[in-house]
Design a protein around this ligand. Structure first.
Ligand code: SF4
Ligand code: SF4
Ligand code: FES
Length: 354
């Protein structure tokens, strides 16, 4: 990368290397292309198509940084072609343009990003109260502002392409939705009219939130400057842990469950429900709680909880209160001090083992 302020001289010939090929293979091809002052990388690609390489495939739509189509890797950095000024490169620098590495190649700079649409389909939709018709939604401005940052997403998928969890690990894709869909989960979690209360737990159990080790690479490449890691991922991770290990939440869940049993509801027999007994909060579906528990699996030996089981009516015996932990055991183990050594951060998702 060169001087940000130095304008490209009008009509200079610059050297480009562009990946040409398809799913069966390809190579970097050299081109000498004219570059004029004020142009962006996408302008150069268009000139190349008009003059030397009419069959060069490149996806684009708006040329204004708003459609998210022109994602590519420029000198190894995931960027939007239409928002990358030629003046950011040194005059003699070779500009190398390659397709997004995380997704299958279709041709040249065009990749198959359908992984992201599959993940979008899997993400539970906005769930307004059933008695509220469209047009009757009312929100305070403060609630709009909270999630506004995440609504700026243009679905360029640069963050998805950058995340190391899937970038070189095809095997992680089934279990990992990626940062774009973590911000979607966070946005819906903040939405005052969304009736689902398990967005965080769902992200942990089914979207692979636990894979993320908050490297912030996704944040670094986001063209909309969304603080993906700081404002969406980390708060969700914190709240998943809060719910599971906060003694007050735990106590509340015990009282809540007893109230349910007393009201004549079915006993919460863990075997019957198909879940392991745990001390976690209970504001969501029982299956999600177990999944969330499975999702926290840190590639090291973790002590299993030795909690007393509930009785046939789903109530906890008095020995529960004498239990030596205020909640479930730490997923990190009781003997761990923070910060954890890097070698212990090798997260392994259980579904990956399946
Ligand atoms: S912060 Fe998490 S989601 Fe973002 S790139 Fe790193 S591992 Fe992936
Ligand atoms: S969060 Fe940012 S990088 Fe990710 S898809 Fe949206 S705009 Fe692109
Ligand atoms: S062409 Fe629309 S974001 Fe680049």
């Amino acid at each position: 990368m060169g001087n940000q302020d130095a304008p490209a001289k009008a009509g200079t010939i610059r050297h480009f290397r562009i990946w040409r090929g398809d799913e069966s293979g390809g190579e970097l091809t050299d081109y000498q292309v004219e570059v004029n002052e004020g142009e962006v990388v996408l302008d150069v690609i268009h000139r190349l198509q008009a003059t030397q390489a009419p069959d060069l495939a490149c996806r684009w739509n708006c040329k204004a940084g708003k459609c998210g189509s022109c994602s590519m890797e420029i000198n190894g950095m995931p960027r939007l072609g239409c928002m990358t000024r030629m003046s950011t490169f040194d005059e003699n620098e070779t500009v190398t343009i390659t397709p997004l590495r995380t997704f299958p190649i279709i041709r040249d700079l065009v990749t198959d990003v359908s992984f992201n649409y599959e993940k979008a389909r899997e993400t539970p939709a906005f769930a307004p109260p059933p008695d509220l018709a469209p047009g009757e939604y009312r929100m305070q401005q403060v609630d709009v502002e909270r999630s506004q940052e995440f609504r700026k997403c243009i679905e360029c998928f640069l963050c998805q392409n950058t995340c190391h969890v899937v970038r070189d690990h095809e095997e992680n894709k089934p279990a990992f939705s990626g940062p774009r869909f973590f911000i979607r989960a966070a946005e819906l979690d903040m939405h005052p009219l969304d009736t689902r209360t398990d967005r965080k737990e769902y992200a942990q159990a089914s979207q692979g939130l636990g894979y993320c080790n908050i490297t912030k690479c996704c944040t670094e490449v986001c063209p909309e400057h969304i603080k993906i890691t700081d404002n969406a991922i980390i708060p969700m991770k914190e709240r998943v842990v809060d719910r599971r290990y906060d003694p007050l939440v735990w106590l509340g869940s015990r009282i809540f469950r007893r109230g349910q049993d007393g009201a004549g509801q079915s006993p919460r027999d863990p075997d019957q429900l198909g879940v392991a007994h745990s001390h976690a909060g209970a504001s969501h579906e029982p299956g999600a709680e177990t999944d969330a528990e499975r999702g926290l699996h840190w590639g090291r030996q973790v002590p299993q909880p030795q909690a007393p089981a509930v009785d046939s009516r789903g109530r906890l015996p008095i020995s529960e209160f004498a239990f030596d932990r205020p909640a479930a055991p730490s997923p990190f183990g009781d003997d761990v001090t923070f910060p954890m050594p890097a070698k212990d951060l090798n997260y392994a998702h259980p579904e990956q083992q399946d």
